[in-house]
Structure formats: structure tokens, C-alpha cells
Design a protein around this ligand. Structure first.
Ligand code: SF4
Length: 407
């Protein structure tokens, strides 16, 4: 399938099938295991040599390399393989970046993820390219914010199963893999455009739950949401330091510098995490403060309360040919105004950085800069300001007024 066909089908830009964007081809990879420091260093080198030197971690915790050409994209797969980075061979199941090391986990999510991933390998050509299964072990890093066709969340002796965001029922641990595989089989039978939301809408959640033998849902345990940015104690007595990437992006040279600092602190491995973050895993707690300081110096976000943690912004001008505005400078300027809630700055109506609604969206349009409240870049804006020149004082005032109105 060509990149254009992939885009038309709404496919994900995988390593063998990168997606065309305004700044060249974009390749996405979801390694099956945490990366060693050497592997992350190697990826940074590949990003410089084959792409435009921008590495991204997405909201779902996937790695992306940008600015590839058709020729260099062909060499990326071999480069990744040469680094010994394993990619999923079956259906990719999403689990926490701290799986197996998180003291809050109620179960190890990896055996269930492995069973589903391998069991569903043959279904992949018949499933929607974005079909997703999330296995959340109930640890400190919740995956509840991730949209999923099927989500399994750990509870004592079993898994709570949600379909397209709606709770369906409870499965004892011994049956969970076969329940999820049957649901994926049902989905595959509807063809590669079908999503679980379509099945739920057509058949009803109760009928689907009964079809796979789900039990009534027990009361949900109370969970505290913990940002991946910060220090996390691990089961083996070491710690993980989570650091955020402003707008989910970092340049290859800064990533390489981070790897050097991590090596000095004794970090064992590095893991991309949901929420546009990297986790530096497996080192002594007393080395964390100096590593955090160095990460902040390199431009990473080390404070979970940093306003930029609540901002999504795409590449924008000049990186993306479709962009009508410079997104990053605007986002940095407006983020402190926002308080709670999310700000999305989008170079055009495609909304690559945040397809879901946000509290406030600033979008570049042909006719100006649109301000959308509780919507997406495609929602009719509440205000449109001129683009050339953009009246920054007026924009700040308009943003403040819209936020106040919404509070
Ligand atoms: S949303 Fe941003 S990155 Fe996506 S096409 Fe539009 S300008 Fe480009």
C-alpha cells in the first residue's frame, strides 16, 4: 500500500509504510521492549542521518521520526533492525511504559498483552489500521485516557473490559485473552473499516458482553491519576524519572545529550510513555535530582505542572506545508493563560496533534486564526482574528475572555 493510500484509509504511519506530511515522510514505531541507551542514541543518529532530526513521542507513547524521504525511509527499517530494536510481529497491544516494574500494578499486563498480540496476528489484515487494544494493569501510570476499541483494566482476579470507551463487564483472568480475541474476531468479521464503536452502536453493549460471556462489573477501585512526568519508585528498588517533551518533540542532538546524561546517572533503559513523555528507568534515586536538572537544561519538561504539559501543538509553520500559522511560539505564549484544561494549537484544520476536542483550540485557517471553545480544529470557531499581522495582544485578550466565559 502506498503512503497516499495509507493516509486515505486513515492508517497509521508504520515503519514500512511511512505517511506523507508537510515536512516529508513520517515513520512511527512502537518497540516491544524498553530501549537500551545505545538503542535510543542510535535512533537519534538515524533521525539526523535519514530524517530532519526531529524525534517525537506521541500522546499514546509511540516514537516518530519526521522529515524522511522515500529513499531514506527505505533505509530506516534496516537501521532500526541493526540497532536490535524489536517491533511487534503480531497485533500491537498497548501497555504501561512501567509494565512489570510498577509497584501499584494489580497484575502483570505483559502475559495478557502477549497472548492477545500473538493470538490476533492473523486478524491484522482484516482489522482497521487504527484498531487498538489497551491492557492497563492499574499501576501509577493510568492508560485510561487512551481511546481503545477494547480496554482491559486490572482488578483483583480479573479484568474490567470496556468496548469503545463503554464498560462492558468483568472477565476472570483465565478467560481474558480468549474474551478479547473473540471480540477482535467479531470486529474482523465486519471488515477493515469497522471499529468497536460501530458494533456497540449496532448490537448494544449488553448483547456484546453476553456474547463473550462477560460477568457483571464489580465496583471500580479508586485510582489516582499520576502524570508520567516525575519520579516513580520501582519494584526492584530503583526509580524511573519521567520527563515531558514540549509538543511531543525533541531534536536528535538534545536526545543524544539526554542519553549521555542518563548514562552518567546509571540509567538502564529508556521507555517512551503515553502522554508525550520519556521514562529514564532503573537507576538510583539519589542520582535523580541532578539528572532532572540536566534534562530541564536540555529543554525537557520536568515539572508535571508546567503549562506546556497541557498543550498540544502540531509542527506548524515552517515545518508543515499545510500550516497557516506558526504553532509552537503561539502555544508557548498562550499556555500560561489557560489554567486547567487543554490548549490545542493547530496549523490547519487537520488537527494532527490532537484529533479530540480540547478546552480551547487555536487553528490556522485561510481566512485567519480561529478560536474554538470545547471543540476540534474542524468546529466552527467562536472568533476569527486576522492572520497577517496576527494581533497578539488581541489574541491574548480573546483567549482570556473565552476562558473566563467557560469557567
Ligand atoms: S495539523 Fe499541523 S501538522 Fe497536521 S497537516 Fe495541519 S499544519 Fe500540518
Amino acid at each position: 500500500m502506498s503512503g497516499i493510500e495509507a493516509m486515505r484509509r486513515g492508517a497509521c504511519p508504520s515503519l514500512p509504510e511511512p505517511m506523507p506530511t508537510g515536512d516529508g515522510l513520517l515513520a512511527r514505531l512502537q518497540p516491544v521492549a524498553p530501549l537500551t541507551l545505545e538503542q535510543m542514541d542510535g535512533l537519534a543518529r538515524l533521525a539526523s542521518a535519514l530524517g530532519n532530526g526531529i524525534v517525537e513521542v506521541t500522546a499514546r507513547g509511540k516514537l516518530q521520526l519526521r522529515g524522511l524521504s522515500p529513499e531514506t525511509a527505505g533505509r530506516l527499517e534496516a537501521g532500526v533492525a541493526a540497532l536490535g530494536i524489536d517491533l511487534p510481529t503480531g497485533f500491537p497491544v498497548e501497555i504501561s511504559a512501567l509494565a512489570g516494574l510498577d509497584p501499584g500494578e494489580l497484575a502483570d499486563p505483559r502475559p495478557l498483552a502477549e497472548a492477545v498480540g500473538q493470538g490476533a496476528a492473523g486478524l491484522v489484515p482484516r482489522l482497521a489500521p487504527k484498531a487498538s487494544v489497551v491492557v492497563d494493569a492499574g499501576g501509577v501510570l493510568s492508560l485510561a485516557a487512551l481511546k481503545a476499541d477494547i480496554a482491559a483494566t486490572a482488578q483483583a482476579d480479573g479484568w474490567r473490559i470496556a468496548l469503545a470507551g463503554r464498560e462492558a463487564g468483568f472477565s476472570p483472568s483465565a478467560r481474558a485473552a480468549s474474551v478479547i480475541l473473540t471480540l477482535l474476531q467479531n470486529l474482523a468479521e465486519e471488515g477493515p473499516a469497522a471499529r468497536m464503536g460501530d458494533l456497540v452502536g449496532r448490537d448494544g453493549i449488553a448483547a456484546l458482553a453476553a456474547r463473550v460471556g462477560l460477568l457483571p462489573m464489580p465496583p471500580a477501585p479508586v485510582r489516582r491519576h499520576v502524570d508520567p512526568v516525575g519520579l516513580h519508585p520501582l519494584t526492584d528498588g530503583t526509580v524511573a524519572l519521567g520527563i515531558g517533551l514540549a509538543f511531543g518533540q525533541v531534536t536528535a542532538d538534545r536526545l543524544a545529550a539526554l542519553v549521555t546524561a542518563a548514562r552518567g546517572a546509571g540509567v538502564r533503559m529508556v521507555e517512551p510513555a503515553a502522554g508525550r513523555a520519556l521514562l529514564l528507568v532503573g537507576f538510583a534515586a539519589e542520582r535523580a535530582e541532578s539528572l532532572k536538572t540536566e534534562a530541564a537544561r536540555l529543554g525537557f519538561l520536568t515539572n508535571p505542572a508546567d503549562p506546556l504539559r497541557r498543550v498540544a501543538a502540531c509542527a506548524g509553520q515552517p515545518a508543515c506545508a499545510s500550516a497557516r500559522i506558526e504553532t509552537h511560539a503561539l502555544a508557548r505564549d498562550l499556555a500560561p493563560l489557560l489554567g486547567a484544561g487543554e490548549l490545542h494549537v493547530s496549523g490547519c484544520i487537520k488537527g494532527c496533534a490532537h484529533p479530540a476536542p480540547a478546552r480551547l483550540t487555536i487553528v490556522g485557517l485561510d481566512e485567519g486564526v480561529g478560536l474554538v471553545v470545547e471543540g476540534t480544529p474542524r468546529t466552527v470557531p467562536a472568533r476569527i482574528l486576522p492572520r497577517h499581522p496576527l494581533p497578539m495582544a488581541g489574541l491574548r485578550e480573546a483567549v482570556a475572555a473565552l476562558i473566563e466565559k467557560g469557567d
